[in-house]
Design a binder for this molecule. Structure first.
Ligand code: GRF
Length: 211
């Protein structure tokens, strides 16, 4: 069986950012767009949390925002269906998960295959899931970091786009390590989105080649 190949589109892209919290990665991407570094616009900032600080920041930046309460829907699929309609309405090319704290269903992930990215604050495949800086400290790794990857059905396991390595210091706490990792996240996430709309990401199987 021949390997599936995907090449990202070279175009002015439309992005939907999904967030549940503070939104610093969203801001880093928006700042890069405003600085002319990414050939894209943010068509929607979506949240599953009414009070997400990132949503307020998006409003202040005059971006279109949307909150859809998962509790208002009978199932995860019904909520996702409503979300899908909203992104389709806006011709979104790429969904950027930026601290979106909801596990997505396999059908949603499949529908947006290679059209959805996530950032994770560890060097995947080490430490998937939550509380990863704590896990890294407890394990005693000497290096951790951040990973941008395409989202697939297997949570935190999609093809890796970019990674940044951060040394773990002996006197690190969860907070100090998170802080240093976050600085790197703010570099590699905008860079991954930039590469995407430059048509420079080629996925072959699990590997992402950068042109
Ligand atoms: C980041 O650490 C990211 O890696 C993880 O969630 C956090 C979101 O932070 N997925 P922010 O909302 O972008 O500031």
């Amino acid at each position: 069986m021949s390997e599936e190949v995907f090449v990202s589109p070279k175009k002015k892209g439309k992005i939907a950012v999904f967030l549940s919290g503070r939104g610093s990665n969203f801001m880093a991407i928006h700042d890069a767009i405003l600085a002319g570094k990414i050939n894209a616009e943010i068509a929607l900032v979506f949240s599953d949390k009414k009070d997400a600080p990132g949503l307020r920041i998006a409003e202040e930046r005059n971006l279109e925002t949307l909150f859809l309460d998962p509790k208002a829907y009978p199932s995860r699929e019904a909520h996702e269906k409503a979300v899908t309609q909203e992104i389709r309405k806006r011709d979104v090319d790429l969904v950027v998960l930026a601290g979106y704290m909801r596990i997505l269903s396999p059908s949603f992930c499949n529908e947006l295959k290679y059209c959805m990215m996530n950032i994770h604050p560890a060097l995947l495949p080490s430490f998937p899931g939550l509380h990863v800086q704590k896990k890294a400290l407890e394990w005693g790794v000497k290096y951790s970091g951040a990973t941008v990857h395409f989202v697939t059905v297997d949570v935190d396991m999609g093809p890796i786009i970019l990674q940044a390595v951060v040394p773990v210091l002996q006197d690190d706490s969860e907070e100090t390590l998170s802080e240093r990792i976050l600085k790197e996240e703010h570099k590699i996430y905008p860079e991954s989105v930039r590469l995407y709309f430059e048509g420079k990401l080629e996925v072959r199987g699990r590997r992402v080649f950068i042109g």
